[in-house]
Design a protein around this ligand. Structure first.
Ligand code: NAP
Length: 354
């Protein structure tokens, strides 16, 4: 990465199947100047999310504008304010928000960018691109405010060793649920046991239907769905009375031309169950509450942030591909630069003294 330029990843082509290097183009631009009401951001961490492939397809989603070929890819992350002519942000602040796949940004702090200052102490700022960012907020608000977990509930989580899933599993365990995690492969299932799952289902090697009959004979009270498709359909066959199904994501369907088309949704009626979709930004009023709980659990060692850190901005395209290949364990984050003050930090490179 060239520290003296603004390095960017832009869209070269609409992806077909998983993203490949050919779908991206790397560019270098001058580090932007700031005008009145603006502040200059130096990217530290970028979160990598499944939705980014949809941005690359030009889909208007997650409140972000559709992207054309040649545009910088949307992406949220953590950055340090280096200079500011904005009344709400000062040089030295560390913020989380919409940065795009680039190493510098001049921002006006718009509503769409949703910049939040990271004010917790004693924890790595990488968490602001993961468990203490939108990923963790999705886990917290989706589980607590849509799934209504109760102590003793059987909670089933899919993509349980992924970013959102690994946090949902632990919150459910903290709240006293009996947690069953569904993930691909023995390595991920072993992690889930460490994180406190009572049982795991390796969906690549085990039959989810048979395993749920064995593990949850009384049915599932909360199903937190990250994958959709046949996993959702199977879990819908095992709902307990008054079960809550939380639709967080459907990664197994994102590369299909047509939606999967769930057929057994009427099972909800048989057991007075509910199914709730949610979008994390609709819970913005709960982000402070989520931060408070998540940071407290992390500091007390009740919640272990599981981060999968890819080193170096140049590896962003591969980091996105890893999500669809199922290679990531925990929250996929790219470390663009170290935390301020850590070894290797060179904050003044590229910043003009103005
Ligand atoms: P993630 O779970 O880390 O996503 C990658 C994981 O998904 C992979 O490691 C893989 O795990 C699994 N996966 C990939 N392809 C799959 C397939 N075809 N079938 C089943 N599993 C597959 O990603 P995340 O960022 O934490 O997001 C989790 C889900 O939440 C995504 O669907 C995302 O779109 C959604 N989301 C929604 C909101 C919201 O506001 N509603 C906010 C954030 C995220 P395995 O190896 O276990 O298969």
């Amino acid at each position: 990465m060239n520290e003296d330029r603004n390095c960017q990843w832009r869209i070269a082509a609409r992806p077909s199947g998983n993203v490949t290097r050919e779908d991206f183009v790397y560019e270098e631009q001058p580090i932007p100047d700031i005008g009145p009401g603006e502040f200059l951001l130096r990217t530290l961490y970028l979160g990598i999310r499944p939705v980014m492939r949809m941005y690359m397809q030009g889909i208007e989603i997650a409140g972000e504008k559709p992207l054309a070929i040649g545009d910088v890819i949307h992406g949220r992350g953590v950055a340090q304010v280096m200079r500011s002519k904005h009344r709400d942000f000062a040089a030295g602040d560390v913020v989380q928000g919409q940065l795009g796949w680039q190493t510098w940004k001049a921002s006006r702090g718009t509503e769409a960018e949703r910049f939040r200052k990271l004010e917790y102490s004693g924890l790595s700022y990488s968490l602001g691109a993961g468990v203490l960012g939108m990923n963790g907020f999705s886990a917290y608000t989706g589980l607590v405010h849509c799934g209504y977990p109760l102590a003793g509930d059987v909670a089933v989580v899919s993509a349980a060793a992924g970013g959102v899933g690994s946090t949902v599993v632990q919150i459910a365990r903290i709240l006293g649920c009996r947690v069953i995690g569904i993930a691909g492969g023995t390595r991920k299932c072993a992690l889930l046991t460490d994180l406190g799952c009572e049982a795991t289902i390796d969906y690549k090697n085990e039959d989810i239907d048979a395993r749920l009959s064995e593990l949850a004979p009384g049915g599932i009270d909360v199903y937190f769905d990250n994958v959709g498709g046949t996993t959702l359909e199977t879990c819908m066959e095992h709902l307990a009375h008054h079960a809550r199904v939380v639709l967080c994501g459907s990664i197994s369907e994102y590369m299909l031309d047509e939606p999967f088309g769930l057929k057994n949704y009427t099972n909800l009626r048989m057991v007075n169950a509910s199914m709730t979709g949610f979008f994390v930004y609709n819970f913005e009023h709960l982000f402070d509450e989520a931060t408070e709980h998540l940071a407290k659990w992390i500091k007390s060692d009740e919640l272990r942030p599981v981060e999968d850190v890819v080193e170096g901005f140049e590896n962003m395209p591969d980091a996105l591909a890893r999500l669809y290949d199922g290679d990531n364990v925990g929250v996929q984050v790219c470390r663009v630069r170290p935390d301020p003050g850590d070894p290797g930090d060179t904050p003044l490179r590229g910043v003009s003294p103005k």
